[in-house]
Design a protein around this ligand. Sequence first.
Ligand code: NDP
Length: 403
Amino acid sequence: MSKVLVIGAGGVSSVAVHKMAMNPAIFSDIHLASRTRTKCDAIAESVKARTGVDVATYAIDAEDVPALSALIEAIGPKLVVNLALPYQDLTIMEACLNAGTHYLDTANYEPKDVAKFEYKWQWDLHDRFRERGIMALLGSGFDPGVTSVFAMWLKKHKLKTIRQLDILDCNGGDHGQAFATNFNPEINIREVTANARHWENGQFVETPPLAKKVAFDFEAVGPKNMYMMYHEELESLARFIPELERARFWMTFGDAYINHLTVLKNVGMIGIEPIEYQGQQIVPLQFLAAVLPKPETLGPTTKGKTNIGDIATGEALDGSGEKTFYIYNICDHEDAYAETGNQAISYTTGVPAMIGAAMMLTGAWTGEGVFNIEQMDPDPFMTMLNEHGLPWQVKELDGPVAF
Ligand code: NDP
Protein backbone atom coordinates (compact mmCIF):
# COMPACT_ATOMS: atom_id res chain seq x y z
CA MET A 1 0.00 0.00 0.00
CA SER A 2 1.93 3.04 -1.23
CA LYS A 3 1.48 6.58 -2.40
CA VAL A 4 3.14 7.52 -5.71
CA LEU A 5 3.53 10.82 -7.56
CA VAL A 6 3.88 10.61 -11.36
CA ILE A 7 5.24 13.67 -13.19
CA GLY A 8 4.39 14.29 -16.88
CA ALA A 9 1.14 13.59 -18.68
CA GLY A 10 2.10 12.27 -22.13
CA GLY A 11 1.55 8.83 -23.63
CA VAL A 12 4.05 7.01 -21.39
CA SER A 13 2.57 8.56 -18.26
CA SER A 14 -0.94 7.66 -19.38
CA VAL A 15 -0.02 3.97 -19.71
CA ALA A 16 1.92 3.88 -16.43
CA VAL A 17 -0.91 5.54 -14.49
CA HIS A 18 -3.53 3.18 -15.99
CA LYS A 19 -1.37 0.17 -15.12
CA MET A 20 -0.77 1.47 -11.58
CA ALA A 21 -4.51 1.86 -11.12
CA MET A 22 -4.93 -1.76 -12.26
CA ASN A 23 -2.63 -2.82 -9.41
CA PRO A 24 -4.18 -1.18 -6.35
CA ALA A 25 -2.54 -3.58 -3.92
CA ILE A 26 0.80 -1.92 -4.77
CA PHE A 27 -0.31 1.57 -5.88
CA SER A 28 -2.98 2.44 -3.37
CA ASP A 29 -2.85 6.23 -3.82
CA ILE A 30 -1.89 7.74 -7.21
CA HIS A 31 -1.08 11.42 -7.77
CA LEU A 32 -0.33 12.94 -11.19
CA ALA A 33 1.30 16.33 -11.83
CA SER A 34 2.40 17.95 -15.08
CA ARG A 35 2.87 21.28 -16.82
CA THR A 36 -0.65 21.19 -18.27
CA ARG A 37 -3.20 20.12 -15.68
CA THR A 38 -5.94 19.44 -18.25
CA LYS A 39 -3.77 16.62 -19.65
CA CYS A 40 -3.53 15.12 -16.14
CA ASP A 41 -7.30 15.44 -15.81
CA ALA A 42 -7.86 13.66 -19.13
CA ILE A 43 -5.71 10.73 -17.94
CA ALA A 44 -7.49 10.71 -14.56
CA GLU A 45 -10.89 10.59 -16.33
CA SER A 46 -9.85 7.67 -18.51
CA VAL A 47 -8.41 5.82 -15.49
CA LYS A 48 -11.64 6.38 -13.56
CA ALA A 49 -13.74 5.14 -16.48
CA ARG A 50 -11.59 2.04 -17.06
CA THR A 51 -10.73 1.06 -13.50
CA GLY A 52 -12.90 3.06 -11.11
CA VAL A 53 -9.75 4.41 -9.41
CA ASP A 54 -9.39 8.12 -8.52
CA VAL A 55 -6.17 9.92 -9.46
CA ALA A 56 -5.44 13.33 -7.89
CA THR A 57 -4.05 15.91 -10.37
CA TYR A 58 -1.87 19.03 -10.11
CA ALA A 59 -0.19 21.61 -12.35
CA ILE A 60 3.58 21.87 -11.84
CA ASP A 61 6.62 23.16 -13.69
CA ALA A 62 9.09 20.38 -12.96
CA GLU A 63 11.97 22.77 -13.65
CA ASP A 64 10.94 24.93 -10.69
CA VAL A 65 12.77 23.06 -7.90
CA PRO A 66 11.30 24.97 -4.90
CA ALA A 67 7.71 24.58 -6.21
CA LEU A 68 8.22 20.90 -7.02
CA SER A 69 9.91 20.21 -3.66
CA ALA A 70 6.94 21.85 -1.90
CA LEU A 71 4.46 19.77 -3.95
CA ILE A 72 6.28 16.52 -3.13
CA GLU A 73 6.40 17.46 0.55
CA ALA A 74 2.68 18.35 0.56
CA ILE A 75 1.64 15.07 -1.11
CA GLY A 76 4.17 12.90 0.75
CA PRO A 77 4.62 10.08 -1.78
CA LYS A 78 7.02 7.20 -1.20
CA LEU A 79 8.22 7.45 -4.82
CA VAL A 80 8.32 10.07 -7.59
CA VAL A 81 8.04 8.56 -11.10
CA ASN A 82 9.47 10.97 -13.67
CA LEU A 83 7.64 10.53 -16.99
CA ALA A 84 8.16 14.11 -18.16
CA LEU A 85 11.06 14.80 -20.53
CA PRO A 86 14.79 14.06 -20.09
CA TYR A 87 15.33 17.82 -19.68
CA GLN A 88 13.62 17.68 -16.28
CA ASP A 89 15.58 14.74 -14.81
CA LEU A 90 18.04 16.81 -12.76
CA THR A 91 15.49 19.25 -11.33
CA ILE A 92 13.17 16.40 -10.35
CA MET A 93 16.09 14.54 -8.73
CA GLU A 94 17.01 17.73 -6.87
CA ALA A 95 13.43 18.07 -5.59
CA CYS A 96 13.48 14.39 -4.49
CA LEU A 97 16.70 15.10 -2.56
CA ASN A 98 15.01 18.07 -0.87
CA ALA A 99 11.93 16.06 0.05
CA GLY A 100 13.78 12.80 0.87
CA THR A 101 11.72 10.81 -1.69
CA HIS A 102 12.76 7.89 -3.94
CA TYR A 103 13.04 8.61 -7.71
CA LEU A 104 12.56 6.65 -10.96
CA ASP A 105 12.85 7.64 -14.64
CA THR A 106 12.89 6.13 -18.15
CA ALA A 107 15.40 8.32 -20.00
CA ASN A 108 18.70 9.90 -19.04
CA TYR A 109 19.32 13.62 -18.66
CA GLU A 110 19.77 15.69 -21.77
CA PRO A 111 20.55 19.43 -21.75
CA LYS A 112 18.15 21.44 -23.93
CA ASP A 113 20.87 23.31 -25.80
CA VAL A 114 23.13 20.35 -26.73
CA ALA A 115 21.76 17.24 -28.47
CA LYS A 116 23.70 14.96 -26.15
CA PHE A 117 22.66 12.54 -23.48
CA GLU A 118 24.78 10.68 -20.98
CA TYR A 119 24.49 9.29 -17.45
CA LYS A 120 27.32 11.35 -15.95
CA TRP A 121 25.11 14.14 -14.60
CA GLN A 122 22.84 11.65 -12.82
CA TRP A 123 25.62 9.28 -11.70
CA ASP A 124 27.28 12.33 -10.09
CA LEU A 125 24.31 12.51 -7.69
CA HIS A 126 25.02 9.03 -6.27
CA ASP A 127 26.70 10.19 -3.05
CA ARG A 128 23.98 12.75 -2.32
CA PHE A 129 21.21 10.14 -2.76
CA ARG A 130 23.17 7.69 -0.60
CA GLU A 131 23.72 10.25 2.16
CA ARG A 132 20.01 11.17 2.06
CA GLY A 133 19.16 7.45 2.40
CA ILE A 134 17.04 7.39 -0.78
CA MET A 135 17.16 5.46 -4.05
CA ALA A 136 17.09 6.68 -7.65
CA LEU A 137 16.41 4.05 -10.33
CA LEU A 138 17.48 5.18 -13.81
CA GLY A 139 16.15 3.87 -17.11
CA SER A 140 13.04 1.83 -16.30
CA GLY A 141 11.34 1.97 -19.72
CA PHE A 142 11.74 -0.56 -22.55
CA ASP A 143 14.97 0.68 -24.06
CA PRO A 144 16.57 1.67 -21.79
CA GLY A 145 14.92 -0.62 -19.30
CA VAL A 146 13.66 -4.02 -20.38
CA THR A 147 16.51 -4.48 -22.89
CA SER A 148 19.03 -4.15 -20.04
CA VAL A 149 17.00 -6.45 -17.78
CA PHE A 150 16.92 -8.98 -20.66
CA ALA A 151 20.73 -8.83 -20.87
CA MET A 152 21.12 -9.28 -17.10
CA TRP A 153 18.60 -12.16 -17.10
CA LEU A 154 20.63 -13.92 -19.83
CA LYS A 155 23.73 -13.32 -17.74
CA LYS A 156 22.08 -14.81 -14.68
CA HIS A 157 20.44 -17.83 -16.31
CA LYS A 158 22.14 -18.65 -19.63
CA LEU A 159 25.53 -17.03 -20.15
CA LYS A 160 28.53 -16.73 -17.86
CA THR A 161 29.84 -13.85 -19.94
CA ILE A 162 28.37 -11.72 -22.71
CA ARG A 163 30.90 -11.09 -25.45
CA GLN A 164 28.59 -9.51 -28.04
CA LEU A 165 25.25 -7.81 -27.56
CA ASP A 166 22.88 -6.40 -30.19
CA ILE A 167 19.67 -4.63 -29.17
CA LEU A 168 17.06 -4.77 -31.94
CA ASP A 169 14.17 -2.33 -31.71
CA CYS A 170 11.51 -2.87 -34.36
CA ASN A 171 8.28 -0.93 -34.61
CA GLY A 172 6.23 -2.64 -37.30
CA GLY A 173 3.25 -0.39 -36.58
CA ASP A 174 1.57 1.77 -39.22
CA HIS A 175 -0.24 4.90 -37.97
CA GLY A 176 -1.52 5.96 -41.39
CA GLN A 177 0.20 9.39 -41.21
CA ALA A 178 2.74 10.56 -43.82
CA PHE A 179 5.23 11.38 -41.04
CA ALA A 180 4.91 11.16 -37.27
CA THR A 181 7.11 10.06 -34.40
CA ASN A 182 5.79 7.53 -31.94
CA PHE A 183 7.12 9.30 -28.87
CA ASN A 184 7.96 12.93 -28.13
CA PRO A 185 9.00 14.28 -31.60
CA GLU A 186 11.72 16.58 -30.30
CA ILE A 187 13.44 13.88 -28.24
CA ASN A 188 12.93 11.27 -30.98
CA ILE A 189 14.40 13.38 -33.81
CA ARG A 190 17.36 14.54 -31.69
CA GLU A 191 18.10 10.87 -30.95
CA VAL A 192 17.72 9.58 -34.52
CA THR A 193 19.79 12.33 -36.15
CA ALA A 194 22.68 12.10 -33.69
CA ASN A 195 25.89 10.32 -34.72
CA ALA A 196 25.76 6.54 -34.20
CA ARG A 197 28.02 5.15 -31.47
CA HIS A 198 28.67 1.57 -30.54
CA TRP A 199 30.86 -0.08 -27.94
CA GLU A 200 33.88 -1.97 -29.30
CA ASN A 201 36.95 -3.24 -27.47
CA GLY A 202 36.68 -0.92 -24.50
CA GLN A 203 35.62 2.28 -26.22
CA PHE A 204 32.82 3.97 -28.12
CA VAL A 205 33.25 4.15 -31.90
CA GLU A 206 31.38 6.99 -33.60
CA THR A 207 29.94 6.81 -37.13
CA PRO A 208 27.66 9.17 -39.12
CA PRO A 209 23.89 9.05 -38.38
CA LEU A 210 21.92 6.22 -40.03
CA ALA A 211 24.96 5.14 -42.09
CA LYS A 212 24.84 1.42 -41.22
CA LYS A 213 21.73 -0.41 -42.40
CA VAL A 214 20.92 -4.12 -42.08
CA ALA A 215 17.81 -6.05 -43.17
CA PHE A 216 16.39 -8.34 -40.45
CA ASP A 217 13.35 -10.60 -40.42
CA PHE A 218 11.43 -9.89 -37.19
CA GLU A 219 8.98 -12.47 -35.85
CA ALA A 220 5.37 -11.26 -36.12
CA VAL A 221 6.47 -8.22 -38.18
CA GLY A 222 8.50 -9.49 -41.15
CA PRO A 223 11.63 -8.12 -42.86
CA LYS A 224 12.59 -4.55 -41.97
CA ASN A 225 15.61 -2.32 -42.45
CA MET A 226 17.24 -1.48 -39.14
CA TYR A 227 19.82 1.25 -38.61
CA MET A 228 22.65 1.38 -36.11
CA MET A 229 22.21 4.25 -33.63
CA TYR A 230 23.47 5.40 -30.29
CA HIS A 231 21.21 4.63 -27.37
CA GLU A 232 21.82 5.41 -23.72
CA GLU A 233 21.74 1.86 -22.38
CA LEU A 234 24.97 1.14 -24.28
CA GLU A 235 26.72 3.35 -21.70
CA SER A 236 25.28 1.54 -18.67
CA LEU A 237 25.59 -1.93 -20.24
CA ALA A 238 29.27 -1.30 -21.02
CA ARG A 239 29.76 -0.28 -17.39
CA PHE A 240 27.86 -3.17 -15.78
CA ILE A 241 28.87 -5.93 -18.22
CA PRO A 242 32.58 -5.12 -18.30
CA GLU A 243 33.53 -8.14 -20.44
CA LEU A 244 31.46 -6.85 -23.41
CA GLU A 245 33.61 -6.78 -26.54
CA ARG A 246 30.92 -5.24 -28.71
CA ALA A 247 27.49 -3.75 -28.03
CA ARG A 248 25.28 -2.13 -30.66
CA PHE A 249 21.77 -0.69 -30.84
CA TRP A 250 19.54 -0.98 -33.93
CA MET A 251 16.19 0.61 -34.72
CA THR A 252 13.93 0.02 -37.72
CA PHE A 253 12.72 2.88 -39.90
CA GLY A 254 10.68 2.72 -43.08
CA ASP A 255 11.91 4.44 -46.25
CA ALA A 256 9.17 7.10 -45.97
CA TYR A 257 10.35 8.05 -42.45
CA ILE A 258 13.98 8.32 -43.61
CA ASN A 259 12.99 10.39 -46.68
CA HIS A 260 10.94 12.86 -44.61
CA LEU A 261 13.69 13.16 -42.03
CA THR A 262 16.32 13.78 -44.72
CA VAL A 263 14.26 16.57 -46.27
CA LEU A 264 13.51 18.16 -42.89
CA LYS A 265 17.20 18.05 -42.02
CA ASN A 266 18.24 19.49 -45.40
CA VAL A 267 15.86 22.44 -45.07
CA GLY A 268 17.01 23.21 -41.52
CA MET A 269 13.84 22.15 -39.68
CA ILE A 270 15.58 19.98 -37.10
CA GLY A 271 18.01 22.64 -35.86
CA ILE A 272 18.10 23.26 -32.10
CA GLU A 273 19.67 26.74 -32.29
CA PRO A 274 17.03 29.48 -31.88
CA ILE A 275 16.35 31.61 -34.98
CA GLU A 276 14.62 34.98 -35.26
CA TYR A 277 11.16 34.77 -36.86
CA GLN A 278 8.86 37.81 -37.04
CA GLY A 279 10.53 39.39 -34.03
CA GLN A 280 10.39 36.19 -32.00
CA GLN A 281 13.04 33.57 -31.17
CA ILE A 282 11.95 30.09 -32.22
CA VAL A 283 13.78 26.75 -32.20
CA PRO A 284 13.09 25.02 -35.56
CA LEU A 285 12.86 21.52 -34.03
CA GLN A 286 10.43 22.73 -31.36
CA PHE A 287 8.29 24.38 -34.04
CA LEU A 288 8.37 21.16 -36.08
CA ALA A 289 7.34 19.17 -32.98
CA ALA A 290 4.40 21.56 -32.53
CA VAL A 291 3.05 20.90 -36.05
CA LEU A 292 3.62 17.13 -36.14
CA PRO A 293 0.91 14.75 -34.96
CA LYS A 294 1.00 14.32 -31.17
CA PRO A 295 2.19 10.78 -30.37
CA GLU A 296 -0.73 10.31 -27.97
CA THR A 297 -3.17 10.89 -30.87
CA LEU A 298 -1.77 8.00 -32.94
CA GLY A 299 -3.32 5.27 -30.79
CA PRO A 300 -6.68 4.88 -32.56
CA THR A 301 -5.14 4.43 -36.02
CA THR A 302 -1.97 2.45 -35.30
CA LYS A 303 -2.01 -1.18 -36.38
CA GLY A 304 0.75 -3.79 -36.28
CA LYS A 305 3.28 -4.97 -33.75
CA THR A 306 6.53 -4.05 -32.09
CA ASN A 307 9.30 -6.59 -31.57
CA ILE A 308 12.13 -5.44 -29.29
CA GLY A 309 14.86 -7.60 -27.84
CA ASP A 310 18.51 -8.57 -27.40
CA ILE A 311 20.76 -11.03 -29.19
CA ALA A 312 23.63 -12.00 -26.91
CA THR A 313 26.61 -14.26 -27.50
CA GLY A 314 28.93 -15.53 -24.80
CA GLU A 315 30.21 -18.46 -22.81
CA ALA A 316 27.34 -20.72 -21.69
CA LEU A 317 26.75 -21.02 -17.95
CA ASP A 318 26.56 -24.82 -18.23
CA GLY A 319 30.08 -25.05 -19.66
CA SER A 320 28.86 -26.13 -23.12
CA GLY A 321 30.95 -23.54 -24.99
CA GLU A 322 29.86 -20.39 -26.76
CA LYS A 323 26.12 -19.86 -27.27
CA THR A 324 23.84 -17.20 -28.72
CA PHE A 325 20.39 -16.35 -27.35
CA TYR A 326 17.66 -14.06 -28.67
CA ILE A 327 15.26 -12.70 -26.05
CA TYR A 328 12.39 -10.44 -27.09
CA ASN A 329 8.88 -9.16 -26.55
CA ILE A 330 6.20 -8.72 -29.20
CA CYS A 331 3.55 -6.10 -28.45
CA ASP A 332 0.42 -5.39 -30.47
CA HIS A 333 -0.53 -1.73 -31.03
CA GLU A 334 -4.28 -2.38 -31.15
CA ASP A 335 -4.25 -4.51 -27.97
CA ALA A 336 -2.26 -1.80 -26.17
CA TYR A 337 -4.78 0.80 -27.30
CA ALA A 338 -7.76 -1.29 -26.24
CA GLU A 339 -6.31 -1.71 -22.75
CA THR A 340 -5.06 1.79 -21.95
CA GLY A 341 -6.00 4.11 -24.84
CA ASN A 342 -2.35 4.40 -25.97
CA GLN A 343 -0.29 2.79 -28.77
CA ALA A 344 2.42 0.20 -28.18
CA ILE A 345 5.43 2.57 -27.96
CA SER A 346 3.87 4.33 -24.98
CA TYR A 347 2.69 0.95 -23.67
CA THR A 348 6.09 -0.75 -23.90
CA THR A 349 7.60 2.18 -21.93
CA GLY A 350 4.78 2.82 -19.45
CA VAL A 351 4.42 -0.80 -18.33
CA PRO A 352 8.12 -1.18 -17.34
CA ALA A 353 7.93 2.20 -15.59
CA MET A 354 5.04 0.80 -13.53
CA ILE A 355 6.96 -2.44 -12.90
CA GLY A 356 10.14 -0.60 -11.84
CA ALA A 357 8.00 1.48 -9.46
CA ALA A 358 6.42 -1.72 -8.13
CA MET A 359 9.91 -3.20 -7.55
CA MET A 360 10.82 -0.17 -5.42
CA LEU A 361 7.52 0.12 -3.56
CA THR A 362 7.33 -3.57 -2.66
CA GLY A 363 10.97 -3.65 -1.54
CA ALA A 364 11.95 -6.19 -4.22
CA TRP A 365 14.60 -3.67 -5.27
CA THR A 366 16.21 -1.49 -2.64
CA GLY A 367 19.32 0.67 -2.34
CA GLU A 368 20.65 4.01 -1.25
CA GLY A 369 22.14 6.06 -4.06
CA VAL A 370 21.70 6.26 -7.84
CA PHE A 371 21.32 2.91 -9.62
CA ASN A 372 20.85 1.70 -13.16
CA ILE A 373 18.42 -1.09 -13.81
CA GLU A 374 21.31 -3.46 -14.69
CA GLN A 375 22.32 -3.43 -11.01
CA MET A 376 19.06 -5.01 -9.85
CA ASP A 377 17.94 -8.67 -9.72
CA PRO A 378 16.21 -9.24 -13.10
CA ASP A 379 13.95 -12.11 -11.94
CA PRO A 380 11.05 -10.32 -10.17
CA PHE A 381 10.91 -7.72 -12.96
CA MET A 382 10.86 -10.46 -15.65
CA THR A 383 8.00 -12.20 -13.80
CA MET A 384 5.97 -9.00 -13.73
CA LEU A 385 6.58 -8.40 -17.46
CA ASN A 386 4.87 -11.73 -18.15
CA GLU A 387 1.98 -10.89 -15.83
CA HIS A 388 1.33 -7.30 -16.91
CA GLY A 389 1.15 -7.28 -20.69
CA LEU A 390 4.72 -7.63 -21.97
CA PRO A 391 5.41 -11.40 -22.15
CA TRP A 392 8.87 -12.34 -23.39
CA GLN A 393 10.38 -15.31 -25.17
CA VAL A 394 13.92 -16.62 -25.38
CA LYS A 395 15.37 -18.89 -28.03
CA GLU A 396 18.81 -20.21 -28.85
CA LEU A 397 20.25 -19.20 -32.24
CA ASP A 398 22.70 -21.28 -34.29
CA GLY A 399 25.52 -18.80 -33.74
CA PRO A 400 26.46 -15.12 -33.39
CA VAL A 401 24.80 -12.55 -35.65
CA ALA A 402 26.22 -12.39 -39.18
CA PHE A 403 25.96 -8.59 -39.46
P1 NDP B 1 5.33 13.40 -24.10
O1 NDP B 1 5.97 14.56 -24.76
O2 NDP B 1 4.10 12.80 -24.69
O3 NDP B 1 4.99 13.78 -22.58
C1 NDP B 1 5.86 14.50 -21.78
C2 NDP B 1 5.06 15.14 -20.67
O4 NDP B 1 5.96 15.89 -19.84
C3 NDP B 1 4.01 16.15 -21.18
O5 NDP B 1 2.80 15.94 -20.51
C4 NDP B 1 4.63 17.48 -20.85
O6 NDP B 1 3.74 18.51 -20.54
C5 NDP B 1 5.39 17.14 -19.58
N1 NDP B 1 6.40 18.17 -19.33
C6 NDP B 1 7.30 18.69 -20.19
N2 NDP B 1 8.00 19.65 -19.59
C7 NDP B 1 7.54 19.75 -18.32
C8 NDP B 1 7.86 20.56 -17.22
N3 NDP B 1 8.82 21.49 -17.28
N4 NDP B 1 7.17 20.38 -16.07
C9 NDP B 1 6.18 19.47 -15.98
N5 NDP B 1 5.84 18.65 -17.00
C10 NDP B 1 6.51 18.81 -18.15
O7 NDP B 1 6.45 12.28 -23.94
P2 NDP B 1 6.29 10.70 -23.83
O8 NDP B 1 5.17 10.36 -22.92
O9 NDP B 1 6.33 10.13 -25.19
O10 NDP B 1 7.68 10.32 -23.12
C11 NDP B 1 7.86 10.53 -21.73
C12 NDP B 1 9.28 10.15 -21.35
O11 NDP B 1 9.52 8.79 -21.66
C13 NDP B 1 10.37 10.94 -22.09
O12 NDP B 1 11.39 11.25 -21.16
C14 NDP B 1 10.88 9.98 -23.10
O13 NDP B 1 12.22 10.24 -23.46
C15 NDP B 1 10.76 8.67 -22.35
N6 NDP B 1 10.71 7.50 -23.20
C16 NDP B 1 11.45 6.41 -22.83
C17 NDP B 1 11.44 5.27 -23.59
C18 NDP B 1 12.14 4.06 -23.11
O14 NDP B 1 11.90 2.98 -23.65
N7 NDP B 1 12.99 4.11 -22.11
C19 NDP B 1 10.66 5.18 -24.84
C20 NDP B 1 9.83 6.33 -25.09
C21 NDP B 1 9.89 7.45 -24.30
P3 NDP B 1 2.76 19.16 -21.64
O15 NDP B 1 1.64 18.18 -21.68
O16 NDP B 1 2.38 20.48 -21.08
O17 NDP B 1 3.54 19.24 -22.92
